[in-house]
Design a protein around this ligand. Sequence first.
Ligand SMILES: [Zn+2]
Length: 445
Amino acid sequence: MGRLSRLLAGSLLAAGAALALTADATLGFDGFGELDADSTYAEEIRLEVELNGPAPERLELLVRTPGDDSASVFPVEPSTDSATYVWDTAANHVVPNTLITYQWRAIDGDSVTLSEEGTIRYKDDRPGLDWQSAQLGEATVHWYGGAETQAMRFGELTAQGVARAEDLLGTELAGPVDIFVYDSREEFFGALSPGVREWTGAAAYSELRTIFMWLGGGSPSYLEVAMLHEVTHIVFHDATDNPFHEPARWLNEGIATWSETSEGADERAIVQVEAGGGGLFAFEAITEQFPIGERGGRLSYAQGTTMVDLIVERYGEEAIAAIAAAYRQGASDAAALEAGTGIPADELYDDFYEAFGVEAPEPVAVEPIPPSNVDRPPAGEVDDGGVDPDVEPPAPRPPDDSAPSEDPPAEGFPTGLVLLFGVAAAIAVGAVVLVSRRAARRQPG
Ligand SMILES: [Zn+2]
């Protein structure tokens, strides 16, 4: 029995007031029918829902992707008995294997109806990619063409890498991992987010629990090392996951690189050379992002790896596990490092520079900005667009307005209106930025 029929049956047993309620119910939206979702890679994700009864006053789609703290809300214009939202993934890149969770919300006056939750995994279904897959323990490897042997090897390495990283970080992998093995450069880069460095040969998206490997990314031994590196990123993500902040990037990359060989000799040599040459970075400077240039990028990895090696050597592997545990509790970078080593982070940094015979880098002093020496032209006439001056509110002048003060107030553009447009534009831009920031956050580690 439907909700409407139940209401009708109920109202037959009741009197007056209940009948009025029934009359209201027959006028309003009467719930969601079937949910449907489909996607075509690099084109769109199409989400549809059946609507029972008349369309609600407002219909919204709530969308979440892994790592989101809350849903993004998209208003949707319903048709007679259904609604469709098309997510343009050609314009807003979504990394393949992203699990999208969605729910429809109808608002009719004070009444809010939520649909059941639906999910769709956004698959890389580009023509020619005849994906096959195999499960090896916690890893599922996906490949196409003739890459089965390499894919299976990556699966084995994942198991090894996970076990080693779990040991080091004193934690367990929080869920399964997917590995996608791409053959061509074009197909591999077509899967990653825009803005990925051209030298990328393998990438881990920790929140998606997904690793992308490119068979042409390097020699077989490079790919094996890269596999260990990337899977360590995923265990590190699980080991440090907290609602407050990302751990220092130099530590994340340092642990992943150190785990390739469980030592840091090669990386120490790089730091040694730079200590006597271009100089070293402050650790605070490589906490968020690494420099783009080759020297800066290379040195950032090397400093991170060498610092991890120093911590393991002086305080034992258990110090790394203690640092991860502190992050899980929401510790800052400095507090987490102190929790692991027992010494303040600044002292740890000093010890690092001392090992290379250099002083800790000092912040670069800011040069004062001299007063402007640019002659600004007077502000031009503002076209009021033929707006009737009588109905417009007076325009408060900005303080540096150079127009003569005798101007009738209505000659200026009404500030209230500008503010309104500004807010509307900000909301529109905000929505776009939210989407692109989400994509940007998925930079591989
Ligand atoms: Zn990395």
